[in-house]
Design a protein around this ligand. Structure first.
Ligand SMILES: [Zn+2]
Length: 367
């Protein structure tokens, strides 16, 4: 018995040493490239889910592949023993201008969008999504219109969808991009310029807060979720969307190919259970959690694979990284095909690449 326990202990020690060597090597490589590029890294290995710092295992490394001339660093991806996945080290806040170039898809552009059937179909998709994911959970308010805030609203496309569903709602958009906000304002939405936690907003003002594909981009999702919760009235609801590592695609491509990394811009990747833990820490209850297909992650996955074997120009043509903007028929068809693929993944393995979560204030006070 003692011999068996001794064997297990020796084996565990060896595995831990091997893991830490692999982590050190991957981190050192990232640091060397960062030094050559004068790129600032943030060495914060705190797991925002369990609060530990050292229970980590390197599971891969991810590199920018969507935009040229940002950085060539292979960022180590680590997984805590609690299951949480994050970048360590990650880009410093001072590098945001470099990793979100002016051509970043979410910033949009000033050109008026042509009124094409492709864009109308994409807009209908946004309305349909919110009709399913938000409307059934909205609280009843008497004597005034619903107040709904979109954090990271960009040009206000989801606020437009809310107005289509609930024309009398008061729609507010918060974003750090003034050019995107001015387009949202032109469409009649109220705008708040800046970052959550830094701008002054009346606490518990909103009946609903939506935040779609933002929390994975922030350094401290725990603090971010707290700030969002503070804006919500006691009976209000929050709708969040984020990638999920529960999908089969993550398990297959987690070493660095998975498009859901959106490298190096997604700093935290959640599962349904890690997100529920995070929500609990912020004094929120998860009322509903469901995955949905995201074709874009597959386009990005195929783009990484294509770049391994093909010249960049050809990879960019077949799997355009900015496909998410969806202006051309080809983009629309590619997204439709990859969304069908992700739907099939959901059918066969229970989880697609995206996750939407409905949260309310926790009935009991947070511990
Ligand atoms: Zn952890």
């Amino acid at each position: 018995m003692i011999a068996i326990l001794y064997g297990i202990a020796r084996r565990t020690a060896k595995t831990t040493k091997k893991r830490s060597n692999t982590l050190n090597t991957t981190v050192e490589k990232a640091q060397q490239v960062a030094a050559r590029e004068s790129f600032q890294l943030e060495h914060d290995n705190l797991c925002v889910i369990c609060g530990q710092r050292s229970h980590v295992n390197v599971i891969g490394a991810v590199k920018e592949h969507e935009y040229e001339n940002t950085t060539a660093i292979a960022f180590p991806v680590i997984q805590c023993q609690c299951g949480h996945v994050y970048l360590f080290p990650r880009p410093s806040i001072s590098e945001l201008g470099r990793i979100y170039p002016p051509t970043y898809y979410a910033f949009g552009d000033d050109s008026e969008e042509p009124d094409s059937w492709v864009l109308r179909a994409v807009a209908r998709g946004r309305v349909k999504a919110l009709e399913t994911r938000l409307v059934p959970f909205l609280p009843q308010v008497a004597g005034r219109p619903l107040r709904i805030l979109d954090i990271g609203c960009g040009e206000g496309k989801f606020l437009d969808a809310i107005k289509t569903l609930i024309p009398e709602a008061q729609t507010y958009g918060l974003d750090s991009s003034s050019s995107a906000l001015s387009r949202a304002e032109r469409k009649g939405h109220k705008i708040i310029h800046g970052f959550i936690g830094e701008v002054e907003i009346e606490p518990q003002f909103f009946d609903a807060v939506i935040c779609l594909h933002v929390i994975e981009h922030v350094a401290r999702p725990d603090q971010f979720l707290n700030e969002c919760r503070n804006l919500l009235q006691p009976a209000g609801v929050m709708l969040f969307e984020t990638p999920t590592i529960d999908t089969l695609a993550f398990r297959v491509f987690r070493s660095g190919v998975w498009g859901g990394y959106h490298a190096p811009r997604h700093w935290h990747l959640f599962s349904a259970s890690s997100f529920a833990r995070l929500a609990g820490k912020a004094g929120l209850d998860v009322k509903h959690n469901e995955t949905y297909p995201i074709g874009t992650f597959w386009v990005w996955t195929f783009h990484v694979l294509a770049m391994k074997w093909l010249p960049r120009s050809i990879a960019d043509t077949i799997f355009p990284p900015k496909v998410i903007v969806g202006r051309r028929f080809y983009d629309f068809a590619l997204l439709a095909a990859t969304s069908i693929l992700d739907s099939l993944i959901k059918l066969s393995s229970k989880a697609a690449g995206g996750m939407w979560i409905i949260m309310t204030h926790r009935s009991a006070p947070p511990q």
